[in-house]
Structure formats: C-alpha cells, structure tokens
Ligand binder design. Structure first.
Ligand SMILES: NC(=O)c1ccc[n+]([C@@H]2O[C@H](COP(=O)([O-])OP(=O)(O)OC[C@H]3O[C@@H](n4cnc5c(N)ncnc54)[C@H](O)[C@@H]3O)[C@@H](O)[C@H]2O)c1
Ligand SMILES: [Fe+2]
Length: 381
C-alpha cells in the first residue's frame, strides 16, 4: 500500500496574508530573520494580526542554514512566551528554524498543542509544506535534514507580494532549488504518480518563469508562478523525497557556506550525468534505463526536443548549464574565488561520508559509493 497525504492547508493568491486576521489563535510568536524584522515587510504580517486582535512577539535571531545554537536561543524565547502558535516568516532558514524550535520546545515542555503557520518569502525550499527541517551542526560541520510528520506546518500562506524584494542572485539560487526538488522527486526511487504530476508542473513553470523572475523581479505574474511552483515541488518531494544533489549540497553549505540552491544548481549537471550513466551508455539503445527515460521526459516537459533519449538527457544537462550561465551562477567551485583548492580537496572525503549518511541519499535512483561521491566533488572543483 502507498499513501499520499497533505497535512498543510494552503492559502494563496491576492491578499493571502489576510488569512492572518482569522487564525484560531490569540497569542503567537513570529520567527523571522533580522532583514525581515527590521524592514517594511514585517508590517504586512503584523497588520492583519492587529486587525484580528491577536497578540504577538517577534523572535528575529534567525541566520542562514538554521544553526543549532540559534535554535536553542529560539527554544528559550518560545518557552518564556508560551505561544499558541508559531508564525514562520522568511526563506527556508527561517521556516526550518521555526519548525525545529517548535519541535524541541515542545519536547522540553509539552504544555499543549502549538500551531505552525509558514509564510515563505523566497520561492525556493517548499519548506512550508514539507516534513523536513534542515539544521546545521556548526561544530561537527554537518548540515542534515530532520524528517518527521510532527515538523509539518498546519497552514501555509503563499503571498507573492513578499517575494518581490528578493534580489536577482537569490531569485536564481532559490529558483534552482525549486527545479532541483522537482527533478530529484521525479527521478527518485520513491517516485509515484501524485508526486510526479506536481513535479512536472513545477518543472514546466521553472522552464517558462524562472528567467523572467530573475530578469525582472517586479514581474508579478512570474513571481506568483514561481511561488506556486516552489510549493508544488515541496509537496512533490515531501512524498517522493530527493537524491544526492541535496545530500552533497548540504555538505557544501555546512563546510563552505555556499547558498543551498546555488550548491544544488552547480551539482545538478554532474548528478544528471552520473545517475543516467550517460558517459558509459551514450549509444542509442532499444531499451533505456528507467532513470534515462524519466530525465528524457523532463527534457520534453521543458520543451527541449531531441533525437533520442540520450540526446534528451544531454539537452537537459545543457539547459541546466545554460540557466547557470544566464543567472551568473558559477559552474565550478574554483570560480567562486574565496575557496582554495587545498581547502576544498581536504574536505572531500569528510563531505562524501556525510553525504552518504544524509537522509536524501537512500532515494537516489543510482546507489552511489563513497568513491563515486568523492569523484563528483572533485569534478565540481
Ligand atoms: N525544509 C525543507 O524542506 C528544505 C528544502 C530545501 C532547503 N531547505 C533549507 O532552507 C535553507 C535555504 O533557504 P532559502 O534558500 O529560502 O534561503 P534563506 O532562508 O537562507 O534566505 C537567503 C537570504 O535571502 C534573504 N531573504 C529572504 N526573503 C527575502 C525577501 N523577500 N527579500 C529579500 N531578501 C530575502 C534572507 O534574509 C537571507 O539573507 C537551507 O538551510 C536549506 O538547506 C529546507
Ligand atoms: Fe532544496
């Protein structure tokens, strides 16, 4: 038996934030980052709360990649304030921090049910609908996903007004995270019809609207589409899970602070080649591996017409490389300029161990060895 479930109620479209004046809570803790807390965006959250007569406090100590130290600070704040619900506002870092804070605080002092409303301000992680929370153990230099149904938000609010201020480089990184979620879910060993349908739609939207949103952040239509695509891809991978692009990207984030979506985008061409084994099976065949067929379908969804399945997979790799160039994402670590070859190579073995142990590796369509992963990291240099 298989099960597909969606535990989060999604509010979206014009004035979606109006939902905040109607929520069934009287005392909420907003968890966000300093950029949002100190800028004009926070009033878009607090105004409807005031209208609904809902008391709130704000914890704005979130930093990128949800380090455990900051989660502990957030747990203390949570336990002092004892909110009825948490309102997570921000990118994946703020939403994942909120999920972990609520989870750990509840374990420390289970004073009753505490709701979670997730409001993404980037179109990227899909964290508003997933049971994943990525945390960063800065001492061990490992980033890993916590996975539990209890992490899932009760409600998600998708209001594209909040993403208009996202600068082009973050639009590029987070947009490629959306694409990677959809693609990894689509070829995952746990792929299924429900997850694949959502992934196909997210892929189609990325193909048409990601560059548009990158080139013109005020393009409301493109922003709305990418915001929905992010959520669709989130629901998709919440069901089918991900693959080694994510496992390996987590370690690049933990060791070298490469933004999550950027790390995925840089790895993606190498991982598509590895999973489809394109170098050794590059001749036309009567029957192709299932993963080759699925990558070829993705190429067709993007409108990349091709002569045969292998050519389709190649055109998919080319498309990703084209997107990287158009959106000024480096193709190799050496292009970043702040990481030396010795620094990078000295971490390859430890990153490979952590990537192999990452929860996303088990659903990769091709089972990798440590040597495979080390080679992929080396090629990325
Ligand atoms: N839980 C999941 O299912 C899941 C899935 C994928 C990734 N992640 C995790 O999410 C994190 C990445 O999240 P992210 O890519 O959204 O980035 P992020 O949350 O780290 O934010 C990146 C930057 O964008 C800024 N920002 C956010 N919203 C903005 C806005 N509207 N205007 C201008 N700037 C804005 C933030 O202040 C920050 O500086 C990583 O830790 C990653 O591992 C989680
Ligand atoms: Fe991701």
């Amino acid at each position: 038996m298989k099960t597909f479930k969606l535990d989060t109620v999604i509010h979206y479209g014009d004035n979606a934030l109006g939902r905040l004046s109607e929520i069934p809570y009287k005392r909420v803790l907003i968890i966000t980052d300093p950029f949002i807390a100190k800028g004009p965006m926070i009033s878009m959250i607090t105004a409807p709360l005031k209208k609904g007569g809902i008391e709130y406090d704000i914890f704005f100590d979130v930093v990128p990649d949800a380090p455990i130290e900051k989660i502990i600070v957030g747990v203390k704040k949570f336990l002092e304030y004892e909110p009825e619900a948490v309102i997570a506002v921000g990118g994946g870092s703020a939403i994942d921090s909120s999920k972990s804070i609520r989870e750990f605080a509840f374990k420390a002092n289970p004073y009753g049910e505490v709701g979670l409303i997730a409001i993404p301000t980037t179109s990227g992680t899909g964290s508003e609908v997933t049971s994943f929370a990525v945390v960063n153990d800065t001492k061990a230099q490992i980033k890993y996903p916590l996975v539990s149904d209890s992490l899932t938000a009760d409600e998600a609010i998708l209001d594209a007004e909040l993403v208009k201020s996202v600068p082009p480089s973050i639009t590029a990184d987070t947009g490629m995270d959306v694409f990677t979620h959809a693609l990894e879910a689509y070829v995952s060993s746990e792929h299924n019809e429900f997850a694949s349908a959502l992934a196909e739609k997210a892929i189609e939207i990325c193909g048409v609207f990601l560059l548009r949103a990158y080139l013109d952040g005020s393009d409301t239509h493109a922003r709305q589409k990418m915001h929905v695509a992010s959520c669709l891809a989130g629901i998709s991978f919440n069901s089918a899970s991900l693959g080694i692009t994510h496992s390996m990207a987590h370690q690049l984030g933990a060791q070298f602070h490469i933004p999550h979506g950027r790390a995925n985008a840089m790895l993606l061409p190498l991982i598509i080649e590895f999973n489809s084994d394109i170098h050794t099976s590059s001749k036309s065949k009567k029957e192709y591996d299932p993963v080759v067929k699925r990558y070829a379908t993705v190429a067709h969804t993007l409108g990349l017409s091709s002569y045969n399945k292998i050519m389709s997979v190649r055109s998919l790799v080319n498309w990703v490389q084209f997107m990287l160039k158009e959106m000024k994402i480096p193709q190799h670590i050496s292009e970043i300029g702040t990481i030396t070859v010795d620094q990078y190579m000295s971490k390859v073995s430890v990153m490979a161990d952590a990537a192999l142990a990452d929860a996303c590796t088990v659903t990769n369509p091709r089972v990798p060895t440590k040597e495979d992963i080390m080679k992929l990291y080396q090629k990325l240099w």
